[in-house]
Design a protein. Sequence first.
Lengths: 445, 477
Amino acid sequence: MTAILEFFAEVATILGGLFYETDALALAYMFIPFVLFLELPLNLMIWLGVLRYYTRRIYAVPTQYPFTPRVTCVVTCYSEGDAVKGTVRSLMEQMYPGQIEIIAVVDGADQNPSTLRALREMMPEVEQYASRRLVVVPKTPRGGRVSSLNAGLAMARGEILLALDADTSFDNTMVTEVAGHFRDPNVIAVAGSLRVRNWRRNLLTRFQSLEYMITIHLAKVGLGELHGVNNISGAFGVFRTEMVRKIGGWTTGSAEDLDLTLRLKQYFGRYPGFRIVFEPRAIGHTDCPETWKGFLMQRLRWDGDLFYMYMRKHRSAFSVRQMGFWNVLLGVWYGMLFQMVMPVLIVMYTLWLVIAVAPAVVVATFTIIMGLYAVLTFLMYITALVFISERRSRDARLAWLIPIFPFFAMIMRIWSLVAIINEWWRHSNQESSMAPWWVLRKGKR
Amino acid sequence: MAKQQERDIEGASRVVTFSRRPGFSDALGATLPTDQFASLEELHSEGLEEVLEQATLAFVVDLDSLSGALELVRALRRHPVWQLRLIWTEGDAGPEIKALTDGEFRTVDNPRERIESCAARLATANGGQPMRSQDQVLLSLLWSHPSLSLQPLRDWSAPELYRYPLLDALLEEDTTEFWLRGLKHRRLIEGQDLVDRVRLCPGCRHGHLSFVDVCPECDSLDIRTEPGLHCFSCGHVGPQRLFQDNGMLSCPNCSAVLRHIGEDYDRPLENHVCGSCQHMFMDGRVLARCMACGQAHDPNELEAFGIYRYRLSEAGRLLARTGDIGDLYGVFDEINYVTPEHFEFSCDWLLKLRQRHDEMRFGLILLHLNGLARVIDTLGHSRGAALVDAFAERVKALVRTTDLVTRTADDRIWLLLPQTSADGVDVLAGRLAQLMEDSVEGTELDRLGRVYHESSFGMSEAENAAAVMARMVSLSQ
């Protein structure tokens, strides 16, 4: 008992000695370079982007252009069952004055009769909406999400193509917000913003909701403003149909969304005017994993795929000639250094710290680091809440999570390293459950 | 030749066929003597009408060869002599002809026997008396033709949407509607099976109704469907166009931005809008507008009217056999008769008198002659009538000159006995009951009717004459 008390007293002394020259401070300084060179500049850039976005928006003259091209929504369905009704209904409810064609592709229709039935039940409801059309495509052999998307692409008649997940529903202004961007012929794709629908379920979903809000949504607003959208989410991506047809649709393999983004970006070197826009006001609501196991498996896939895309499949794309200088810089910095090198550095540093330094010093160092991260999180949170959020009262209810959010972020960093190692050694992208093995085998390794 | 034929025909069973096909009557294979005509006019022009009227006839109508078969059948059913005869058909009969005739000739096994049994029944129908009213004709017809019933026929031009061809053919006075209602009211016919149930305008009893939905607030016809929205934050419900705000949806009541269906708003069940008062509602009020008189009614107010196929009831069958016995009761009207209103007034007066003078007492006797019909049925009309006459004579002997007599229904005879003690009433009632039994002695019947009596001691002060009489009537039922 006394030993524990003495230990905490020691930690307090070290923390108290922060304002003098001590070992802990020196070690914290060692940590700060990562913060300074990798994290802080990135956050600064994001802040600048957000400010630019905000000022541009508040000074914008509200205009409505008579630009309402036909829109095709390809909804990839699998075993969602009755949940697809909500998705289809939210698409029919769009305020968009133009035509919306909804192509619901049911992958493995024989295994998922309830999904198919739910879609067919929607047919009479669709007839009540003018200029909305529902096409149900039962795809009997299972071919994975990519094959569903390509089937939808083949049938699409719209000028704009929305690739959507069946478990994601949308705000009714979504199509209006995204379609407007295509007025600019240089815009080849628009990334939509996702919110967590089941955030109320438990602590994990609340954490993920906060993460979506800060590190995904806010970062995308900032980077998108600076022409640096890193990924167009697979659950909610908007493309110029002609462009997707030209590059041959989606290719086999997991992380087809990142793959398509990177392939689109390879046009940027030759066509410097091309742009991928992030639209924060186009909101989709998706369900995130509710169990730790599900969550960790999802992240193992995401981070592993990131490594696979950047280091293996599209390694050669990162050249100035292919992507242009700015996209290579952002890709290397944000994609590689921030998302792949940082986890390695942080974990190695932590291990070294635990081995080399006294436990009290370790605890004190971590307290400082977590404190710093909490402050950073708070600033980002306030920025998102004030400048971006369209549902402020709902987002305000996540504020109490900020002090513990850095721990969650730390776990994710460590897990990223696991994912990278897993992918490096085991080629885990071949084990994806998103498509059958005979389809995955055809992909580039 | 005519004389010879006349003698042959008289009283014998014959079949008259109507057909344009030569040799039709021979092809029928009937074992009876047959005559063939192309139409009623031909029969008439050959001067055989009066001759054939003497015979026991049945008709066979060849529907396939005659163009005016329906008119012919109707004319036969209206014919003063032949309207009660059997009419069979040959060929494809429409619903109206089926309702008027006795069915297909081929299905009859023994035509002669059928013709004779029908004629025998007709001979005894109506107590052997000639038929005077349309009721008697109809009841005799239904009684003597077991295969006939009052069959309704769907007809869009009929006010009640259905009509009864047999009633149309036999109708002499009144309208078929009131005739049928009278028959039902007197329980002479009863529903055999329910064919349909129609709704009639309570104003004019027409079945031609137009159902329209109108605004429940202002009854305007001008309603339309329009997509509506229901705001979750304030509960406001309104047409979608009022929510539209620069490419977004916002509630006109609480100005909340409605972003996602199921989360911020949903589609209300109210999707009708009134064009004149802008009221939003779920289901319009339905009005039934009569196309005949133009009145609009709530559908619940409509008169539900069952369309039945009718057959003779027990009472109807009895009446068809015995004839109208209503006139037999007339003999009672000669005994100190007063009108029912006068009778009731007198009884009331006696009741009031009793309140003032305790010594006032009187009695009330009800003779219910419910056995009379059965008496006529078993003994025949003339013997029955004589029996009733004798009974009436003996009642007359018992009644004092100060007693009042009235008759409410056909068979309910009332006696008001002033200044009679309770014992006196009992004695008189006992004698009358004895008389009821004595008068039918020697027959297999047990009594002519029942006697119910009430002395003024048994009446409370609160009761009036109508109440007392109603009480006694309910005893007799």
